[in-house]
Design a protein around this ligand. Structure first.
Ligand code: ZN
Length: 160
């Protein structure tokens, strides 16, 4: 009897700890690109690092990507993963580059409670870098407003 109880306890314990590990794994290891914080800090500019790796926000109207209207692709500044097309871009009046939809498999959704309420956070699906947030007040048929930090992205013009 004593032994059975002991085994049962062990079984319960390992089940709980496995679940704990599994959760951590899905959250941290699902991105293809894995680098240490020190590696990112070395590779990225100070502004890119602050936004992508520390979930910072750039000053509104500060990004040169706000004005871009020519056809092309917005990619992750850290890993060059394609995120948005110019045709999905619109002027939201917020001072941040805004889009009504991402490229398929471009982004990953998370949540953040930094401001005391839950916002849908948008991460790069390839490296997990923080890009911005998505809101449900978009003006087009998708109803979405992907509010991005320009410094988290690079623009690649389409070949003419
Ligand atoms: Zn990325």
């Amino acid at each position: 009897m004593k032994n059975t109880l002991y085994l049962l306890l062990i079984a319960c314990f390992s089940l709980v700890s496995c679940q704990g590990n599994a959760q951590k794994k899905t959250k941290k290891e699902q991105f293809k690109v894995q680098k240490t914080d020190a590696e990112w800090e070395k590779e990225l500019t100070a502004e890119e690092y602050y936004i992508l790796r520390k979930a910072g926000t750039e000053r509104p109207y500060s990004s040169k990507l706000n004005k871009i209207k020519e056809p092309g692709t917005f990619v992750c500044a850290a890993c060059e993963h394609p995120l948005y097309k110019t045709k999905y871009k619109f002027d939201s009046g917020t001072g941040w580059p805004s889009f009504d939809r991402p490229i398929e498999d471009g982004i990953f959704y998370s949540t953040d409670n930094k401001l005391g309420y839950t916002r849908d956070e948008v991460l790069c699906a390839n490296c997990g870098g923080h890009l911005g947030h998505v809101f449900n007040d978009g003006p087009t048929e998708t109803g979405k407003r992907y509010c991005m930090n320009g410094d988290a992205m690079h623009f690649i013009a389409a070949k003419q």
